[in-house]
Design a protein. Sequence first.
Length: 277
Amino acid sequence: MKAFKLGIKVAAVAGLTALLSISASAAIKDSKHDLRGDSLTSGTKVAGATEICVFCHTPHGTNTDTEAPLWNRLITGTQSAYTSSTLDGKAVLSGSPSLACLSCHDGSQAMNTVINAPSTSTDYKYDSEFGSYIGTASSAIKMTAESTTFVANLGQNLRNDHPVAVPYAGGGWSAFDLSGTQSNFSKSASDPDFVKPATGNIGGGDKWWIDSEETPDGNRQKTDLILYNRASGTDIDTLVGYVECATCHDPHAGESQSFLRMGSNDNSQVCLACHIK
């Protein structure tokens, strides 16, 4: 299996630009996603490591099997997707950007297993079979459920977790359906009980998101809930917004214990941003 390929997509470069912003670095430092040995986080730390970004990202020799920008980890892709008789739309994990999150959060491989090892830590060995670097026996750190308030290890069975890799509102809608009213959107969507997404042209293409402001302004903000463009069924020309891990969570928003884009779920604000209840 070839774990990485040379080449960087334009979308990945755009993602890295946002990733390297001052606000992102300030938020992730000393959060649970900061695995440096001297991090102030109460979470897991990798002895001897002084880099923050390396446990997810690398500037060269990245894993191009995922849309995650400049990804520095292997994708396992062995999870069981959420299923329910009440779910409109089908979860499609293959090709999902959520697999990048699950490369840590399903607990199947160590958090400090990466394609390119940190230059500041010598406690690594090269795994020629997978083309990656893994921590030695003393530092191969697997994710565990840390407490009752922060579920870090989701496991590979996602049937008891909020569905990811599913079309928003069950699918059945397209960019054309967003030009009208909430009522028009509800009629086209497979599930009518969802808020009509906002839409705009970002980076040369249509993008969709859920406006989180009390008075939506039509501009995508850091706190808005992002939908991820994916092909609808077998028609690669018909894109639909999908719900993924990063719809509700921002891995760089360390000021929120659960890395929620909206900061917290007080008054179920994250849930009600999408669901009409």
